[in-house]
Design a protein around this ligand. Structure first.
Ligand code: KG4
Ligand code: ZN
Length: 352
């Protein structure tokens, strides 16, 4: 079984081909970073136009890399949401056109399900597992019972963790995107120099909050006149911030692990997914928790943590082999929660 996947929900234009032997036959990702950098963040209209300009070529390259024709495909999958709607429309229309022309089944994949199922492609992880989904737009804890079966047990009440990394990095003048840059300078810093809050620590439940942490960094920075914001100060602040995020994630995930082990005694895996899962410090910190709990931490390889189309092709394949498919009149969805039953949270940063 061979599936083509397309991803266009944010600022990566991507096309990939995977098969049901868990092989990635092609994985093309074009980052639009240079297009958005002058604006310090993703500009939706620029992103949509860039997807339109590059997607056809990327699909052709991916098909070439995989050595297959459209006729060889079993299905065509694309991100159908959640995401920036202009980009999602470009990917969806392209996937529908290919599916229609080649007479193949079409699947509109939830981008978050792509992140959630990646470890089944890379590590063959069995259901059920506990998932910490940490990206630029999302920060959620979910129990993954099966394909399409998600139970959200925690979410952020304000910023997503990747957003906190990006905003903190921006304040420190580290450029865009901030997460990787902040991790890099944090490695040289003293994490004990600045006392920062651990929001919600010790409270019941698995919700997150990061906006207070961001504000605390802002207050420290304001205390230093710009000439005194040396590389050393920034590295120490970055290290202190990253440690506070690590402590917070561990504290919140500990409650989630407790709930998961109680309700799903066969489950043994904590999966870390989404762009922030590329952070090596946070990966190491979360293994402290899984070691204590007798669980295993699994995170995709770094290039499959951030947005890519292999995860979309794989999630499409998982759904397709269960007999699912979508109609060609599927409407792209700017919002698309993995667990529609989960109660709404008041925070502004909650995107699904
Ligand atoms: O999953 P993703 O590529 O896109 C979304 O669906 O949001 O995640 C992007 C986010 C950005 O906020 C980026 O700063 C963050 O992941 N990120 C990192 C690292 N690499 C990417 N955050 C912390 N450390 C990293 N190494
Ligand atoms: Zn993502």
């Amino acid at each position: 079984m061979i599936v083509l996947g397309i991803e266009t929900s944010c600022d990566e234009t991507a096309a990939a081909v995977v098969n049901d032997k868990r092989e990635i036959l092609a994985n093309r990702v074009l980052s639009q970073l240079d297009d958005h950098r002058p604006y310090g963040g993703v500009v939706p209209e620029i992103a949509a136009r860039a997807h339109l300009e590059h997607l056809d070529r990327l699909v052709a390259e991916a098909m070439d890399d995989a050595g297959v024709d459209f006729a060889d495909l079993d299905a065509v999958a694309c991100t159908g949401g959640p995401g920036l709607i202009g980009g999602v429309m470009v990917g969806t229309m392209t996937a529908k056109a290919i599916a229609f022309a080649a007479n193949k089944p079409f699947l509109a994949v939830n981008h978050l399900e792509g992140h959630a199922l990646t470890v089944r492609l890379t590590d063959d992880v069995a259901f059920p597992y506990l998932l910490l989904l940490v990206s630029g737009g999302h920060c959620q804890v979910l129990i993954v019972e099966g394909v399409g079966q998600y139970k959200r047990i925690g979410t952020t009440i304000d910023d997503a963790v990747g957003e906190a990394f990006d905003k903190t990095a921006k304040m420190m003048g580290l450029g865009y995107p901030g997460g990787p840059a902040l991790e890099k300078i944090a490695a040289k810093g003293n994490p004990e120099r600045f006392g920062l809050p651990r929001p919600l620590r010790g409270r019941p439940g698995c919700d997150f909050s990061f906006s207070g942490l961001k504000t605390a960094v802002r207050n420290y920075l304001d205390g230093f006149p710009v000439p005194q914001q040396t590389d050393e100060v920034k590295a120490d602040l970055a290290a202190s911030f990253q440690r506070a995020v690590g402590d917070t994630l561990i504290d919140r995930a500990r409650n989630a692990v407790f709930e998961f082990m109680r309700d799903y005694p066969t489950g043994k895996t904590l999966v870390l997914a989404g762009g922030v899962a590329a952070n090596k410090y946070l990966r190491a910190r979360l293994t402290e928790l899984t070691d204590q709990a007798g669980m295993k931490l699994v995170a995709p390889p770094l290039d499959l943590c951030t947005d890519n189309a292999a995860m979309i092709a794989w999630a499409g394949l998982e759904r397709f082999r269960l007999g699912e498919r979508d109609d060609l009149d599927f409407k792209p969805r700017p919002r698309w929660p993995l667990d529609p039953e989960a109660p709404k949270r008041p925070g502004a940063g909650v995107k699904a």
